[in-house]
Design a protein around this ligand. Sequence first.
Ligand SMILES: [Zn+2]
Length: 282
Amino acid sequence: MSWIKHLQVGEADVYSLTDGQFRLDGGAMFGSVPRVLWERVSPADELNRIRLRINPLLIRLGGENILVETGFWDQGGEKFEAMYGLDRDETVFRGLSEVGLTPDDIGLVINTHLHFDHAGRNVTPAGEPTFPNARYVVQRQELHDATHTHERSRASYVAEYIEPLRDAGLYEAVDGEHELRPGLGVLPLPGHNLGQQGVVLRSGGETLVYTADLVPTLAHVPLPYIMGYDLYPVTTLETRKRYYGEWFESGAILCTPHDPGVAFARLEEGKKGGFVGVALNG
Ligand SMILES: [Zn+2]
């Protein structure tokens, strides 16, 4: 059965695609939250890893096809793929073709950030743009940080899928909140790193938010459930506090980049205060 999930958001058609599944250390994914708590929602395998999905989003708006995130790097080799338990049960390309599209039909790509599990398919194995008719929107800060890494950030970036587009002038570097099309814009969501951005779609009185790794899965909605991978965890907390109330009040539809099973969700008030994420559909 196909993974693709469709949702009408005002005048936009939104499709949750997938580029397969991978696995990351459960302790690293939940930071300071003890295993006895996170294991209830995210069971770990024999290597202590939890299952995650790579969830790019296709937005069809005003006759244009816009892709949020390009997928997991496909040139890491066998050892790399085994380390991350990569399972290409689906790909972003198969998802596009199910909607009747090819990479040539994508007019705009939004990179929430340039980590290999989000922007890894920015270029083809030959180093050409995967989406030749698109510009790739990224925060200027992120483009800088991805090409000036340090010991703590280096493992998340690979020059091979980042630099060819920079050298070809295909990135559209933006600063902060930025409207890309009427009703569609990007929003800085710092914490995971400094230059991460989310995507906000507003159409017909409805709002959809692509959370990027501010909220990697629905299990991460509770405020202290912050990844050990985050470079600035307290900033993650502040960013969540800044936006959760607004997203709850407006009934925003949330899409997370790594939930293993849920494409679209909403925030609801939890029994013990704070918010929880609730699936809109399977
Ligand atoms: Zn990620």
